[in-house]
Design a protein around this ligand. Structure first.
Ligand SMILES: [Fe+2]
Ligand SMILES: [Fe+2]
Length: 318
């Protein structure tokens, strides 16, 4: 265990624990995550920040919440969790894209789902001080939803400057705040060329509002996941943005960038008197897919075939 002047915390996202009792399953994801958990345990960190997408289909399978909860509880350190879209539903939209075979409006997150998630993993937004470092987690995918949870999300961010200040401020979100630059346009879900950008990032005017609040809160480090692809650190307004590899699921959009890192892994963060040193640690099991069954993407419940489950009884969507 580290001393007070030198200590370790970890960050990971997109572990997407799945089940052979589901209509789809990718055992490779579970296997990659299991190896990462073993590596993390050996580092004896103070805690893990999990940036969302703990489950494959938690937004419609409460049993996957139970699975992921039990899984986190095997770790020999505390975990602080925010939801991802696969856990509670996607960003809200009143329009659907045309380039995907599902109806995006049916994937909007709901208040009930957020509350159910919280009953297993705690509030979706939190902030705490630990050894003179502030840690803040939030689910920005709520922006524009109009849910009560959205009001709480903005309120917490607005309150941050009034809380006791720390030497460093580390924030965790699930979506990327933007694809390439803060001033890029709002993305149109109905435009096929922009669908992915809409899906993976925070749209306007929420992006600008969020960024202003992060600056005001003196955030130094911002971790985000969701795309499953790692990019070089980007520094904007003094905030170091870490777009993080997935802790098990496959990289997306990797063909866009020559410097995309498609490995599975997590962040080891060492806090010293000089600051926070963030190091990417590749998972020790980078196995290829095996034994995969079922469709990809976001199939609506009525389109799923639970008779495909390889273990019985199959999960029930609820
Ligand atoms: Fe994910
Ligand atoms: Fe995600």
């Amino acid at each position: 265990m580290a001393s007070n002047s030198r200590w370790i915390f970890l960050h990971a996202n997109d572990s997407h624990l799945g089940s052979p009792r589901s209509y789809r399953f990718r055992p490779a994801i579970n296997q990659r995550w299991a190896a990462i958990q073993q590596q993390m345990a050996e580092m004896q960190p103070e805690f893990l920040l999990h940036g969302g997408d703990l489950t494959r289909d938690g937004d419609t399978h409460e049993q996957e919440y139970q699975l992921a909860r039990a899984d986190l509880d095997t770790l020999p350190f505390p975990t602080f969790v925010i939801p991802g879209n696969m856990d509670v539903g996607n960003k809200h939209t009143e329009q659907t894209g045309t380039m995907r075979p599902w109806d995006d409006t049916k994937l909007n997150m709901t208040a009930d789902r957020l509350d159910l998630f919280s009953s297993y993993f705690g509030a979706p937004h939190w902030t705490f001080l630990f050894r003179d470092v502030r840690f803040t987690g939030f689910f920005a995918g709520l922006a524009g939803s109009g849910l009560l949870h959205e009001a709480r999300f903005w309120r917490m961010l607005e309150l941050l400057p009034e809380l006791p200040q720390a030497r460093q401020h580390v924030a965790v979100m699930h979506y990327w705040p933007f694809m390439e630059s803060l001033d890029e346009p709002d993305w149109d879900i109905t435009n096929d060329d922009e669908y992915n950008n809409w899906y993976f990032s925070i749209g306007q005017p929420h992006r600008a509002r969020l960024w202003e609040l992060l600056k005001r809160a003196a955030v130094d480090i911002l971790f985000c996941g969701h795309v499953h692809t790692r990019r070089p650190v980007q520094v904007v307004d003094g905030i170091r943005i870490y777009r993080t590899c997935a802790a098990g699921n496959t990289a997306q959009l990797a063909e866009r960038w020559e410097d995309a890192d498609t490995r599975f892994g997590f962040h080891r963060c060492e806090v010293t008197v000089d600051g926070i040193d963030v190091e990417f640690i590749a998972g020790e099991d980078q196995c290829d897919e095996f034994g995969t069954f079922g469709p990809w993407g976001h199939p609506n419940i009525e389109e799923r075939d639970y008779s495909q489950a390889q273990e019985h009884p199959p999960l029930e969507p609820k």
